[in-house]
Design a protein around this ligand. Structure first.
Ligand code: UDP
Ligand code: MN
Length: 254
């Protein structure tokens, strides 16, 4: 039987939010063993997310949480997007929920599913293969300045490193979308969480260093030859006309 895949999605209010979450909901709908944990970067959960989950028929296999990023860590208008860590508070809230609501004997997998990436249904079939006490890894498209950032295997199919070009000295130079963790490891290592205090690009290494070592990584997606997830990013829409309507009090959107 299949593990429950706990897919953790940090998300925040902005014009494209509903479009992003709608796209993600359709993948979740196609993979019955996913439990989707949506964590809003806000003081309260929103009716936008509640309604979306209802319309997708996902109420029974989802959890809606909120966890606001502390003000000193929140990106401000003109900050470049990489200047502060994103999703830290939200992912940690979801990890707390998972640790409180599952037991170490449950078969499960935990995946960090950001709201703007593009996911293949096949990726989740790969996650089903993750063994007890292991972390599955696979290639990610369009990230780190490369077409594909991926684990490197030796002739015994053991992971010996990564092809990363950006900060390759990181202990685990891979993207958040490129791994999933067996649930038992999170119960065994309660100290495995994300942190605001780490350097840019080190969030993945921060959690992984607590739960695994390089040679224990389980290569998936046809021995890391297939790309089943892409680190796409959504352009911020130009809403200049909407802005004019708003100033004239004629927009129905706040
Ligand atoms: N995010 C958030 N609050 C923010 C910025 C981002 O909850 O203030 C979420 C976002 O919705 C996404 C994740 O954190 O699911 C990673 O953010 P983003 O995709 O902007 O980061 P990048 O992929 O550029 O590293
Ligand atoms: Mn992103």
């Amino acid at each position: 039987d299949l593990p429950t895949i706990f897919a953790i999605t940090p998300t925040y209010y902005r014009p494209v939010q509903k479009a992003e979450l709608t796209r993600l909901s359709h993948v979740v709908m196609l993979v019955p063993n996913v439990h989707w944990i949506i964590v809003e970067d806000a003081d309260h959960t929103s009716s936008l997310v509640t309604n979306l989950l209802q319309r997708a028929g996902l109420v029974e296999r989802s959890t809606q949480l909120s966890a606001k990023t502390p003000t000193q860590f929140k990106l401000q208008g003109k900050d470049p997007n990489w200047s502060k860590p994103r999703g830290v508070e939200q992912r940690n809230a979801a990890l707390r929920w998972i640790r409180e609501n599952t037991s170490k004997d449950d078969r499960g997998v935990v995946y960090f599913m950001d709201d703007d990436n593009a996911y293949s249904v096949e990726l989740f079939e790969e996650m089903n293969k993750i063994q007890a006490e292991r972390v599955g890894v696979w290639p990610v498209g369009l990230v780190g300045g490369l077409m594909v950032e991926k684990p490197i295997l030796n002739n015994e199919n053991i992971v010996t490193g990564f092809n990363a070009a950006w900060r390759p000295e990181r202990p685990f130079p891979l993207d958040m979308a490129g791994f999933a963790i067996s649930l038992d490891l999170l119960h065994k290592r309660p100290e495995a969480v994300f942190s605001f205090e780490v350097e840019r690009g080190y969030q993945e290494s921060e959690i992984l260093r607590h739960v695994t070592v390089l040679k224990e990584l389980q290569p998936l997606a046809n021995l890391c030859k297939e790309v089943l997830v892409w680190h796409t990013r959504t352009e911020k829409p130009k809403l200049t006309e909407e802005e004019k309507l708003r100033k004239a009090g004629k927009s129905s959107f706040d």
